[in-house]
Structures are given as structure tokens and as C-alpha cells.
Design a protein around this ligand. Structure first.
Ligand code: ZN
Length: 277
């Protein structure tokens, strides 16, 4: 299957400053957290060169249902060294999701949110804000079953379709659901993958994550994800905007990206198809 990407002109990656000692890394993390971006102040400066910013937009063809993320699949997005795609799962949830959106807006960074349909139905204004802030919205099923493998194909597909319907209703025409899906827990089935392929829906896994489903301090989470970032150098990162620890960690993480020369890439679909189309 041919997977076509239309990529914007790539900017050269800046050099990345290696962390030299554990002590330095710890001091950097503490400083980054202490100096968390204050959204109102940052907004006052606009999205100039001082902002983290979105380095480029990658327009992804979903034809044939490509699968991205090397934790689950052979391929991932064609990212250059130092480029990352930020993804947030399980929202929206009033509180943490607002905090995450404030931080991203202050940093002028766009991400992709994989929404749970029932959460979207409960907080339609937050769904509209995610869209109006310029982020991409994908489907994460209606009820987030821990494993679709215990369900029949029809039941699993019904949960996917209901999720898409809930998100679209919450958007109410104020934005668009991208033909992007992330299976709950990354648990797919051959039949559902085939159906996504038939529908031209891109399946997003991840390349690494913050393990933020485990309770930990924001400092610990920042240390963990930065260590994985330095190791991976590029990729799709999974966070959960429903986690307060992630919301608290995010300003420091974005500052670290800029300090170390990493670039944020925003993924958007090349063409919009209906999830049932
Ligand atoms: Zn999830």
C-alpha cells in the first residue's frame, strides 16, 4: 500500500544540547518546572521567536488506513531527528484539559487529541475549544473499553462509530473530526484494522510515552519523558490530558523542548473522510 505524505518545506533541525550529568539534568528539570510558562504572560508576547511554537505542519494521507507508531507497528510518521508529535488521550476532562490547552496556547503549540466520545458528550464546550485552538481531533472510541479483543467485531466497531458520532455532535459544526483513531490501550484486532484500512482511517500508536497512567509527581514524569525523548530523538509522544500531573509537567516539558532544540510537528489529515465513508 502506498502511503503518500505531503510535507511542508522542512526547516533544518537545530543542534541539540546533550545533558552532561545527572546533576545537570535534575537542576534543569527543577528550573523548568519552577519557571513554568504562565499562559497570560506568554500570550502577551504573542507567538514570536521566544515561543516554543509549532515548527511545521505535516499533512498525512490517510488513504488505505496507514498505521503509525513503532511501539505497535513497523512504521511511524516520517519525522526528522529532533521532531516530535504531541498527542493527548482520554479527554476532554474539565480542569486538566483546560490547563493543558492554556499551556499549549501560551506556547503556540498544536497537538492531536484523541477524545473519548462520552467525555466529549459531557463537555462539548471543551471539544469546541480544542478545535478552535487549532488542534487536531481524533477518535478514541465511545466508552474506552480496556480491550476490544473481548468484544465481537460488530460491538467494537459500534463503540468506534458511537465515539465518532459523539465527537461530531459535541463539535456541532465548530470543527472537524479527523480520520485518525487510537485504539484504547493500543489494543487493535485484525478485523478492526482491516475496517479502518477500508475506511481510510489512520491508526495512531505511539513511539514513546510518559507512562502518565502511573501516579507520579510532575517532576518525576518530566524526568522520565525527557530521558525517553533523548533516547528516541523523535516520534509520536503519548500523554493524557486527563492527568493533572501531566498538565503540571507540560510547561516544563515544552520549555525543555525549546532549550534542547527539539521541534514540534502538528499532524493534520490530507483529506477529510467520514468515519463511515
Ligand atoms: Zn485511552
Amino acid at each position: 500500500m502506498a502511503i503518500l505524505f505531503m510535507l511542508d518545506a522542512q526547516k533544518p533541525s537545530e543542534s541539540v544540547t546533550p545533558m552532561t550529568t545527572r546533576l545537570n539534568r535534575r537542576r534543569f528539570i527543577q528550573a523548568a518546572l519552577a519557571a513554568s510558562v504562565i499562559p497570560e504572560q506568554a500570550r502577551a508576547f504573542g507567538c514570536g521567536p521566544q515561543a516554543v511554537g509549532t515548527a511545521r505542519t505535516m499533512t498525512v494521507s490517510t488513504a488505505g488506513g496507514p498505521r503509525f507508531g513503532q511501539k505497535q507497528y513497523p512504521d511511524t510518521l516520517p519525522l526528522a531527528d529532533g521532531e516530535v508529535v504531541l498527542t493527548f488521550d482520554d479527554g476532554p476532562l474539565p480542569g486538566p484539559t483546560n490547563h493543558v490547552l492554556d499551556t499549549l496556547a501560551a506556547a503556540c503549540v498544536q497537538a492531536t487529541f484523541f477524545l473519548i466520545g462520552r467525555n466529549a458528550a459531557a463537555s462539548p464546550e471543551l471539544v469546541k475549544r480544542i478545535a478552535s485552538d487549532g488542534h487536531t481531533i481524533g477518535n478514541h472510541t465511545q466508552s474506552h473499553p480496556w480491550t476490544l479483543r473481548n468484544r465481537s467485531f460488530q460491538a467494537g466497531l459500534a463503540d468506534i462509530d458511537k465515539g465518532a458520532e459523539s465527537i461530531r455532535q459535541a463539535l456541532g459544526g465548530a470543527g472537524t473530526l479527523a480520520p485518525f483513531i487510537r485504539f484504547p490501550g493500543f489494543v487493535d484486532t485484525p478485523e478492526l484494522l482491516e475496517e479502518m484500512s477500508r475506511r481510510n482511517v489512520a491508526v495512531f500508536g505511539a513511539d514513546f510515552w510518559a507512562s502518565d497512567w502511573n501516579p507520579m509527581s510532575a517532576e518525576t514524569e518530566l524526568h522520565l519523558v525527557l530521558g525517553r525523548l533523548e533516547h528516541a530523538r523523535r516520534g509520536i509522544i503519548l500523554f493524557h490530558d486527563t492527568k493533572q500531573q501531566t498538565a503540571a509537567m507540560l510547561p516544563g516539558f515544552l520549555r525543555a523542548l525549546k532549550e534542547r532544540g527539539f521541534k514540534v510537528v502538528h499532524t493534520v489529515p490530507r483529506a477529510l473522510y467520514g468515519m463511515n465513508g
